[in-house]
Design a protein around this ligand. Structure first.
Ligand SMILES: *Cc1c(COP(=O)(O)O)cnc(C)c1O
Length: 402
């Protein structure tokens, strides 16, 4: 982390702002490639919802990655950014057939996630290739908000309905060429991954047209010195064991797909803010930032940990602070955190803000969204203008205007 460089972005572009260091995306991609170097047939699709600025998406495309889209809008954004249709995956949840039809018209790949939508799909596209998302009934992920693979989760076709899917295939109604699982974000325990992997391969043997197995995202990164992270080598080992057995038994060469979001971009992003006041009472010392959960909702929504650095005074003695936002609502970034001495007007950096940061930002409290800047080589480049007051009213209709 280059403190001087980050401080400079605050001087050049004002606060609050998001900064993305593209070299860190490269580094993370290399880590995946290293970790997966025993896998010989796999593709990476960046999960667009983590960070969907078009300059970042184009950068991912240039790195050779595909795109995993969570909505038809992300599919269209991918097309706009020049991704080949073969490199766009549409993994929606609970959507109407009309979106599926639109995605089909673009020729992108789709992961369907319920029997109901599969039936609709087969009525419109009998016996066409389709990939399905299975709910493997694994409770994985950092907390219940990001754990999406357990039996009561709304995601995926429940395992108990796989026989119905197989029956549809026997009857010539569908042709399942891919199976997909995504069990959650920030998966710490390799054995959670393992259960999911074993299960999806177990099911795969029964689908005679299968070509791809998609293992989703969820690779955990460390949020602080000494924090846990997914062991990619071990993850790949389990996968490889299954792949080798599968290929041997079926005489296929199954293609693997991964959909990393957070792993690629979390570390690359920083939310840079300014201290409005250090507010003191006998109960607390509050650092009040010129930002809030309108800009970074993860600490509020998921209780997620983000390291906080005082860029203006990084090496001074540490004191205990609670760092809060300016929303008229509870928006704590960090509670009782040791940070080097903070004063009014200091520039504060919230780390690990690249994933699910700006992409989850809102205009709550009628606050404006921050600007986004990337560091590319030795240059800073603006990739999104700071919102303007007028932008708040775009699309609104004033019926009382005279
Ligand atoms: C959100 C999501 C991902 C990315 O998850 P990360 O935890 O950011 O890696 C991948 N696949 C699907 C289907 C998702 O919904």
């Amino acid at each position: 982390m280059n403190i001087e460089k980050l401080k400079k972005t605050a001087q050049n572009f004002g606060t609050p702002l998001y900064v993305y260091d593209l070299s860190i995306i490269d580094k993370q991609l290399d880590k995946i490639k290293q970790g997966f170097n025993t896998l010989n047939n796999y593709q990476l699709f960046f999960a667009a919802k983590a960070l969907s600025n078009i300059s970042i998406l184009k950068y991912m495309n240039n790195l050779g990655l595909g795109l995993d889209a969570a909505s038809i809008e992300e599919v269209k954004t991918g097309i706009k950014c020049g991704f080949d249709k073969n490199k766009i995956l549409f993994t929606p949840n609970g959507i109407d057939l009309s979106e599926i039809k639109e995605a089909m018209s673009f020729g992108v790949k789709i992961n369907l996630d319920s029997m109901e939508s599969l039936q609709d799909f087969s009525d419109s596209y009998p016996n066409q290739s389709i990939s399905i998302r299975i709910n493997p009934d694994v409770l994985a992920g950092a907390n219940e908000n990001v754990s999406v693979g357990h039996v009561k989760s709304k995601f995926g076709i429940p395992e108990e309905q796989i026989y119905d899917v197989l029956k549809m295939e026997e009857e010539g109604k569908i042709k399942v060429t891919g199976l997909h699982i995504h069990t959650g974000s920030d998966i710490i325990e390799n054995n959670h991954f393992e259960v999911g992997i074993r299960k999806i391969f177990f099911h795969a043997y029964r689908f005679k047209n299968i070509e791809t197995i998609d293992l989703g995202g969820g690779i955990k990164i460390p949020y602080f010195e000494g924090d846990t992270e997914t062991n990619l080598k071990k993850y790949a080992e389990v996968i490889n064991e299954e792949v080798l057995r599968f290929n041997l038994k079926t005489k296929k060469n199954i293609r693997l797909i991964f959909e990393p979001g957070k792993f690629l971009v979390s570390d690359s992003g920083y939310l840079i803010t300014k201290v409005n006041y250090v507010k003191k009472s006998s109960h607390y010392t509050l650092v009040q930032l010129n930002s809030g959960f309108n800009h970074l909702i993860r600490p509020t929504l998921y209780k997620s940990y983000h390291e906080i650095i005082n860029l203006s005074n990084p090496d001074d003695e540490k004191f205990e602070y609670s760092v809060v936002g300016y929303m008229c609502e509870k928006d704590t970034f960090a509670e009782s955190r040791m940070i080097s001495r903070i004063s009014k007007d200091d520039i504060i950096c919230i780390k690990n803000s690249g994933a699910y940061g700006f992409s989850m930002a809102s205009n709550y409290n009628s606050r404006l969204k921050p600007t986004e800047v990337c560091i590319i080589g030795n240059k800073f480049k603006i990739i999104r203008e700071r919102e303007k007051f007028e932008d708040l009213f775009r699309g609104q209709i004033d019926i009382f205007k005279d």
